[in-house]
Design a protein around this ligand. Structure first.
Ligand code: PGA
Length: 247
């Protein structure tokens, strides 16, 4: 596994985020000093914290990501943040999280956002995942993948995909590893078919320091994404340790 991504969603205040950030960065620094080989850690705090974090971050240890963006570079879009505004602050932008799709974001908007992120020299992190684990689960994720990436050339543009079955987000358990393996293998085939030379897929949905071991053992998976388990610095560092051990 190469990546551990965290999204703090709409949880921490600016002060809480700052405290967690300092603890995570100090923990990673300690581990790097003692020679641990670490995964690439990507932190996606609320927008408000991106400006201070961008000047505090040690980019050898941590990368920053935004949780969303608008597809237009600028304009009369009250309350929105464009990919252009994120240039120089972050390296990654999450697009298409199921919580945003549930609030009305369409596949077409997701595709425009992915294209805007790429156009501004940042790496899109596309989230795909079905609502329930039924028969056509994988096909729905495939459809989101194909549509989400329809505005970029995956042969030349780096993109990370997070497979997050919605039924496993915010619960107590991840999706079964057999299901994750099947979905990831399928989505990687689709990415390769679309021209990706190194299809990269992470899993998200109730990942924590107790269950990450099992996922880290899945050779098809390139990383994990954590929500709640990344809010507490100690727990998140333990999760990173387990991934590092399995690398
Ligand atoms: P969770 O969130 O780890 O709290 O389930 C995951 C996500 O929504 O990315």
């Amino acid at each position: 596994m190469k990546y551990v991504l965290s999204s703090w969603k709409m949880y921490p205040t600016v002060d809480q985020a700052h405290e967690s950030f300092e603890a995570i960065q100090a923990g990673l620094h300690e581990r790097a000093e003692r020679g641990d080989v670490l995964p690439r850690v990507i932190l996606c705090p609320p927008f408000l914290s991106l400006v201070p974090f961008a000047s505090l971050v040690d980019r050898h240890l941590l990368a920053l990501g935004a949780q969303n963006c608008h597809w237009e570079a600028e304009g009369p879009y009250t309350g929105e943040i464009s990919a252009r505004m994120l240039e120089g602050l972050v390296e990654y932008v999450l697009v298409g999280h199921s919580e945003r799709r549930a609030a009305g974001e369409t596949d077409e908007q997701v595709a425009k956002k992915v294209a805007a992120v790429a156009q501004h020299g940042l790496t899109p992190v596309l989230l795909v995942g079905e609502d329930d684990p039924g028969e056509d689960a994988i096909l729905r994720s495939e459809e989101q993948l194909r549509q989400g990436l329809s505005g970029i050339d995956v042969g030349s543009q780096e993109v990370l995909v997070i497979y997050e079955p919605n039924w496993a987000i915010g619960t107590e358990e991840t999706a079964p590893t057999s299901h994750v393996r099947r979905a990831v293998v399928h989505l990687k085939d689709v990415l390769a078919d679309m021209g990706a030379t190194e299809p990269t897929i992470l899993y998200g949905g109730s990942v924590n320091d107790d269950n990450v071991d099992e996922l880290a053992g899945l050779d098809v998976l390139d990383g994990v994404g954590a929500g709640r388990a990344s809010l507490d610095a100690g727990q998140f560092l333990r999760l990173i340790d387990q991934v590092a051990e399995a690398m």
